[in-house]
Design a binder for this molecule. Structure first.
Ligand code: CP
Length: 309
């Protein structure tokens, strides 16, 4: 397989295992390149990319921008807070205006699930989903799985527990799809109020006890509580959540086994994970961030070279 089976990167659900393997092989090459003294390649010269962020981001926005610079793309950056969206302009009008300036590729983060799919039906440019509401965050799942492969040797056969606010998490859904396509077993763990009903129909195990989840898994991906998406109280207090589901170094040490700790960020230190754990040898959190640049370079490079067959 030399090209992706998809024209856009809207979600992991649309990808085949071969697509993910091709992205990983391409990311391996780009990771070598970005660790050289001269980090820039001309692969996306004359390609213009618009980064449209309708929701806050640190890692994803900077990582995409850096990946575009490393590939020599021309970029324009749009943040909805400083745009004419605040004057009532619609998503389609905003994007069509930007695209009339001859943009080839759109990277979009939006609070509404399905916003990227909607856009893909109305415009010609290639679209990469940088997170759409509680739906999917495909490049995060790809960099997470790539980091597991790097840390554990392979993804196939590994047991991965995704722990925390599963209900409001686009990272959880994209990770479930990605890890299962690569042959991993997936468990979700959290209070019952933060686990979507019927999630076991996706083929995942469900556990409400943190220690049992940790005893089961090779890799634990800790998610933050997404208070900004919660309109009701799902648990009595952050302190109580932290006592039941906060990952501490004493708990990890008491397991007496190797375990890899991940977090997509942003971290709420002292809530879902202590600083001691986040900064410990168990943690590959900053490796995930580093790998994000190579993964996003690979995704943009492969999509730019996609040809309809
Ligand atoms: N992991 C992640 O998406 O982080 P940001 O919201 O900072 O982009």
């Amino acid at each position: 397989m030399t090209q992706l089976s998809v024209k856009h990167l809207l979600g992991i659900k649309d990808l085949k295992e071969e697509d993910i393997q091709l992205i990983f092989e391409t990311a391996d090459n780009f990771k070598t390149i970005i660790n050289r003294p001269i980090k820039k390649v001309p692969s996306l010269r004359d390609i213009t990319v618009a980064n449209l962020f309708f929701e806050n981001s640190t890692r994803t926005r900077i990582s995409f921008e850096l990946a575009q610079k490393r590939l020599s793309a021309d970029t324009i950056n749009f943040a909805s807070s400083s745009s004419s969206v605040s004057k009532g302009e619609t998503l389609i009008d905003t994007v069509k205006n930007i695209l009339s300036m001859k943009v080839d590729m759109v990277v979009m983060r939006h609070p509404s699930p399905g916003a990227c799919v909607f856009l893909s039906k109305h415009i010609d440019a290639t679209i990469l989903n940088a997170g759409d509401g509680t739906h999917e965050h495909p490049t995060q799942a790809l960099l997470d799985a790539y980091s597991i492969k790097e840390s554990c040797g392979d993804v196939a056969g590994k047991k991965v527990a995704i722990i925390g606010d599963i209900l409001h998490s686009r990272v959880a859904l994209s990770n479930i799809y990605c890890l299962q396509k690569l042959g991993a077993e997936v468990m979700v763990c959290g209070p019952s109020t933060l686990i979507p009903r019927h999630i076991e129909q996706l083929g995942v195990k469900v556990e409400h006890n943190l220690r049992k989840a940790l005893e089961w898994c090779d890799v634990a991906n800790m998610l933050r509580i997404q208070l900004e998406r919660q309109d009701i109280k799902y648990f009595p207090s952050l302190r109580e959540y932290s006592m039941q589901y906060g990952l501490t170094i004493d708990l990890l040490d008491s397991l007496g086994k190797d375990i890899t700790i991940m977090h997509p960020g942003p971290i709420n230190r002292g809530v879902e994970i202590t600083s001691e754990v986040a900064d410990s040898d168990y943690s590959i959190i900053l490796d995930q961030v580093e790998n994000g640049v190579a993964i996003r370079m690979a995704c943009m490079f492969l999509l730019a070279n996609h040809k309809d067959s």
